[in-house]
Design a protein around this ligand. Structure first.
Ligand code: GDP
Ligand code: MN
Length: 377
């Protein structure tokens, strides 16, 4: 689950990380009131669950409360990367000397959390990561020992942070680490962490991803979910109890079982395709669940072929076939569909699909090859 900037920063503040004074507003007049309270010079920040708001014009520094209202009006009318702006954060404007990047995430390859920092923080950090990765300093954290003080100091040295800020920087690193662990986050990021002209550090932006599988033990965080702002496709999937993750490829995958779904994606890639999604319809998936899954896959304009890989155990292949057929009744689609059905009631399932102009496959390899070929046809 993604948190908004204002939510992330409030959490950071609980862990002792300094943040600017400010509040969130849903209307321009509210924004003006907050700006008045803060003395007029404020930054108006769109609250949408995507990065790159600054570059998209969704962050504006206002010199007066009147200007704050104008900017809020404009920003509240914007759409950023397809997401409408429904709220703005009105923060006291900061006098920035330097922008630093600081983040903690999971390094799966190292099987550890990794703390990353760069003196070249700010809106160009992705570019920095691509063109000069050596400017990003990384330190792995032993999850049992936690972040050690010497590691925070090593990072401070690595990014050439002036010594007068080391103590505060170490406190912020500790606060970020505690945020990451105690919230079951998969990402806790401050970009930029700034050195202010007033000679101290402050988190100007905040981004957090919380592990969905841990939300059951964080009722307070679960409540922060902003359904309006999430990719609607994933909200839809959650409603039907489907595990769905959108990806950038062209082959939609509908699979029962998470492990099989991963294997399917691997095989698709092995034969030169790119999966458009991860989707686990679960065991014993009913036909309306399958229909919902198909609607979701087809709503992605990148999808050029769909691969159904169903290993019938608890899930009955005939039930899946009925789901596909009922979904196809609603949604007319010319997208080629390749089906591999094996296991419980496979024969019956295949019979049901025989008239539906689907491409059948004997094995997963065969299905992957046919799907890839279909995207090229
Ligand atoms: P993002 O583009 O979505 O990452 O949004 P950020 O919150 O990181 O803001 C983008 C950029 O706007 C920052 O890197 C800063 O350069 C600038 N910015 C944000 N807040 C302030 C502020 O209070 N004062 C000034 N002068 N610039 C700011
Ligand atoms: Mn940022």
């Amino acid at each position: 689950m993604k948190l908004h900037e204002y939510q992330s920063k409030l959490i950071f503040a609980k862990y002792g990380i300094p943040i600017p004074k400010g509040r969130v507003a849903a209307t321009a007049s509210e924004a003006r009131h907050i700006a008045e309270e803060l003395g007029g010079r404020v930054v108006i920040k769109s609250q949408v669950l995507v990065g790159g708001r600054g570059k998209a014009g969704g962050i504006r520094v206002a010199k007066s409360s009147k200007e704050a209202e104008e900017f809020a009006t404009q920003i509240l009318a914007m759409e950023i990367k397809g997401l409408p702006v429904r709220k703005v954060l009105v923060d006291e404007a900061a006098n920035i000397d330097q922008e630093i990047y600081l983040g903690i995430t999971n390094d799966r390859a190292a099987r550890r959390p990794v703390l990353m920092a760069s003196a070249a923080g700010g809106v160009e950090i992705e570019e920095v990561a691509r063109t000069s990765p050596e400017k990003i300093i990384k330190i792995h954290i032993d999850p049992l020992l936690g972040l050690r003080d010497f590691q925070a100091r090593d990072i401070a040295v690595g990014i050439d942070l002036p010594k007068e800020y080391w103590k505060q920087f170490a406190e912020i690193c500790r606060g970020l680490w505690r945020t990451y662990v105690e919230c079951d986050a998969t990402l806790a990021e401050i970009n930029p962490l700034v050195i202010l002209k007033e000679k101290h550090l402050m988190a100007l932006d905040g981004k957090m991803l919380v592990d969905d599988n841990a939300l059951f033990r964080h009722a307070d965080l679960a409540e922060m979910r902003d359904v309006d702002e999430e990719a609607s496709i994933e909200t839809e999937a959650r409603k039907y109890g489907l595990s769905f993750i959108k990806l950038d490829g062209q082959i939609g995958c509908m699979v029962n079982g998470a492990g099989l779904a991963m294997a399917t994606m691997d095989i698709v890639k092995l034969f030169g395709g790119e999966p458009a999604n991860f989707l686990d319809i679960g065991g014993g998936a009913s036909s309306d669940k399958v229909a919902a899954a198909l609607r979701i896959i087809l709503s992605d304009k990148n999808v050029k072929a769909i691969l159904f890989n169903v290993f019938g155990g608890i899930t009955r292949c005939d039930e899946v076939a009925r789901g596909i057929l009922s979904a196809l009744k609603e949604i007319k689609s010319n997208i080629p569909m390749v089906v591999r059905l094996v296991g419980t009631n496979a024969e019956e399932g295949r019979k049901l699909l025989a008239d539906a102009k689907m491409i059948t496959a004997e094995s997963l390899v065969d299905a992957a090859k046919k799907s890839v070929a279909a995207t090229k046809a």
